[in-house]
Design a protein around this ligand. Structure first.
Ligand code: SAM
Length: 200
């Protein structure tokens, strides 16, 4: 019988062979440790891909429930298969939709932004209403493979330059947001942890 460890390895191998971007090991370690440390119970994830990070978050704590959104049908269907394989259907709900078209009334104590990197401000503003008063946003790929710290002229591709500019705008948006405090963690591909400021 396959062990959890061997099934996780298989997921990662599928992602590698099929060019599916999933969270790096260091990032996953940070995220799962964070979930345990802060006793997170209700996670919203933007960008399921094949379900790897959702499964890892659910495995980190038996108290965690996750809603995860994916707009790519092939990846969504693969995620449905994977969540079933791990027997986590009761704790991971998968939605096949563009995140910005999903309307949720629930509140979450962690909103994990791992969708299109140029859309983070839109995701943040759209899902702010779903964040619990003591909740966190966590955003992955803040360093974007080292490109965010490079001079623009060093980046040859125009599309990549535009994307990096959007990530920099998001960083500034977080740093100057009067309602939140953000810590930047240089783990994996760079992670931002954003917390609501206490009022009063
Ligand atoms: N969180 C996954 C993991 O670590 O296992 C990886 C997610 S991958 C980096 C980003 C995913 O977000 C892609 O599969 C992409 O199709 C999806 N995505 C991008 N923009 C989206 C949107 N607006 N709504 C829903 N899904 C989106």
């Amino acid at each position: 019988m396959a062990t959890t460890g061997s099934m996780i390895k298989e997921l990662k191998e599928y992602a590698r062979v099929n060019d599916v971007p999933i969270m790096q090991d260091e990032g996953i370690d940070f995220l799962t440790t964070f979930i345990v440390k802060h006793q997170i119970t209700h996670v919203l994830e933007i960008g399921t891909a094949i379900g790897y990070s959702a499964i890892m978050m659910a495995l980190a704590s038996p108290n965690v429930k996750i809603v995860s959104i994916e707009r790519d049908e092939e990846r969504y269907l693969e995620a449905v298969k994977n969540v079933k394989k791990f027997g986590l259907e009761d704790r991971i709900s998968l939605l096949f939709k563009d995140a910005l078209e999903v309307k949720l009334s629930e509140k979450f104590d962690l909103i994990f932004l791992d969708g299109a990197k140029g859309q983070n401000i839109n995701f943040f503003e759209y899902f702010e209403r779903n964040l619990d008063d003591h909740g966190f946003f966590i955003t992955d790929n803040i360093e974007f493979h080292g490109y965010v710290s490079k001079d623009e002229e060093e980046i040859k591709s125009r599309n990549l330059r535009a994307l990096v500019r959007k990530i920099k705008n998001y960083i500034e948006f977080l740093q100057t947001n009067p309602n939140y405090n953000t810590t930047f963690v240089s783990k994996g591909d760079g992670i931002a942890v954003t917390e609501k400021k206490e009022i009063g």
